[in-house]
Ligand binder design. Structure first.
Ligand SMILES: Cc1cc2nc3c(=O)[nH]c(=O)nc-3n(C[C@H](O)[C@H](O)[C@H](O)COP(=O)(O)O)c2cc1C
Length: 186
């Protein structure tokens, strides 16, 4: 797949079916994340890859109902975590979230190229999930990635809006709203 195709193919869909994810697959995803740039090459990102079904069920049970109804079909849940002091802090600029985001987008694109869905979510219980994943208190569990295979059929348990977004990417802001020539004029 070329870059443009991968970029366009990456989607946060919710109709998932189970697929076997090998250690080799996990290493490929982690390797892609590791190639991201970071402030002073600090590489603050960390990932826990959970494939054990009982542990997935435990994590899913911490989520709001809207997420539970589709994340229960995950083949893997990835915990993305980092700590502020592991990266540059320059005045009010704390780079650990930015740098972990860069690495995580690499991981999402790698997953897409491998034919997998990797859907980031913020809707989970941070304390309970950190405990399940054995993540120490001084790390911030920033997001979870729900990984699986895209199902051929749209999942019946999704809301109408969610079903709609399975077919078409949710709309984006116009380029004029986010990009400016020479100075900000918003
Ligand atoms: C940080 C973050 C948190 C998100 N949280 C959720 C979530 O809790 N539940 C959900 O269904 N989707 C969640 N999403 C997915 C977004 O809704 C989705 O990325 C957005 O609608 C754009 O669609 P696309 O990724 O298919 O282009 C989240 C995405 C990000 C990046």
């Amino acid at each position: 797949m070329n870059f443009k195709d991968t970029l366009n193919k990456r989607r946060s869909v919710r109709s998932l079916e189970k697929i076997e994810i090998s250690d080799q697959d996990v290493k490929k995803l982690a390797k892609a994340a590791s190639l991201a740039p970071s402030c002073f090459n600090n590489q603050p990102w960390n990932y826990v890859f959970v494939r054990d079904q009982d542990t997935i069920d435990e994590i899913v049970a911490t989520m709001p109902a809207g997420n539970q109804k589709w994340t229960k079909n995950a083949s893997m849940i990835v915990g993305v975590f980092a700590k502020k002091d592991d990266d540059c802090v320059l005045g009010d600029r704390e780079y650990y979230l930015f740098d972990t985001g860069l690495a995580t987008q690499n991981l999402l694109l790698q997953a897409t190229e491998m034919g997998l869905v990797a859907h980031p979510i913020a809707g989970y219980n941070k304390e309970k999930t950190s405990h399940i994943m054995n993540i120490p208190d001084d790390y911030n569990l920033i997001t979870l990635l729900v990984v699986g295979k895209r199902a051929d059929e749209i999942a019946s348990q999704l809301s109408d809006d969610q079903k709609k977004s399975e077919k078409n990417r949710p709309p984006r802001k116009d380029i004029d709203e986010i990009a400016f020539f020479e100075e900000f004029s918003g």
